[in-house]
Write a protein that binds this ligand. Structure first.
Ligand code: CAA
Length: 258
């Protein structure tokens, strides 16, 4: 029995794929979607048999934003007391690496959801933007911060102030996405990338993710120091011995995720 109504979760080997599934609303992210995505990914994060999580949507929309109809009547006190959207932060706090596979609209909360993931793959049909200003609001799931870190002030400011969108080519040029692939190949590519990550030592992949993410939170000297400490720590893993032994023995490494 599938406990979720707005998402589908599927496992293939050490990879899990979470598909947003509210087609009638172009995967608009209402509170139920948020609750289900967070619950499902946290469960996968705790599962030692899962090494990478893909988040994707449909061919038409990764997600067309937070749910405008749900937000429209809310008051300041409603938003403040329920701490609206704060649960999304837990997605960024997962230790398991995540891949956003984006086709079609990734607007507002959709763009922010993609930016909460670790690797961002775009189909050539993907469209990114933070059009909240056109609705009389601003981004609320970190868009003003993560887009600025990803593409710099010039483009982030223009996108947030005018609501203009960018296509996949511009998003790749600006550094928002790691790669653009033909729409028909998006899921295959995402599964290949996720499979590669999931085959690595899980604890070492977690540390690599933690080290890269630290770059957004600290000075260069402190970040390098943090990396150095984690680098020393990986020598406590069995997988360091396996990885380096496999290299010397000219065979593929078989990590035990310990
Ligand atoms: N919230 C709620 N419903 C949405 C939605 C959203 N963000 N986006 C689309 N839908 C609904 C539409 O209302 C429509 O429903 P009905 O059939 O009941 O009218 C259905 O999905 C299909 O949408 P369209 O008919 O508009 O489809 P389209 O192909 O003509 O246009 C689109 C696609 C350009 C993406 C257009 O739907 C659109 O502009 N959507 C809103 C984009 C947006 O402003 N996103 C930001 C939301 S605010 C936010 O995200 C805040 C934050 O930072 C967290």
């Amino acid at each position: 029995t599938h406990p979720y109504e707005t998402i589908l979760v599927e496992r293939t080997g050490r990879t899990a794929t979470l598909t947003l599934n509210r087609p009638k609303a172009l995967n608009a992210l209402n509170l139920q979607v948020m609750t289900e995505v967070v619950a499902a990914t946290e469960e996968l994060d705790r599962d030692p048999d899962i090494g990478c999580i893909i988040i994707t949507g449909s061919a038409k929309a990764f997600a067309a934003g937070a749910d405008i109809k749900e937000m429209r009547p809310q008051s300041y006190m409603d938003m403040y007391l329920s701490d609206w959207f704060t649960a999304w932060d837990r997605l960024g706090a997962l230790r398991t690496p995540t891949v956003a596979a984006v086709a079609g609209h990734a607007l507002g909360g959709g763009c922010e959801l993609a930016m909460l993931c670790d690797i961002l793959l775009a189909a050539d049909t993907a469209v990114f933007g933070q059009p909240e200003i056109k609705l009389g609001v601003i981004p609320g799931i970190g868009g003003s911060q993560r887009l600025t870190r990803a593409v710099g002030k010039a483009k982030a400011m223009e996108l947030c102030l005018t609501g203009r969108t960018m296509d996949a080519t511009e998003a790749e040029r600006a550094g928002l996405v790691s790669r653009v692939v033909p729409a028909a190949d998006l899921l295959t590519e995402a599964r290949t990338v996720a499979g590669q990550v999931a085959a690595m030592s899980a604890p070492v992949a977690m540390m690599a993710k933690e080290a890269v993410n630290r770059a957004f939170e600290t000075t260069l000297a402190e970040g390098v120091r943090f990396e150095r400490r984690l680098f020393h720590a990986v020598f406590a893993t069995a997988d360091q011995k396996e990885g380096m032994t496999a290299f010397v023995e000219k065979r593929a490494a078989e990590f035990s995720h310990r």
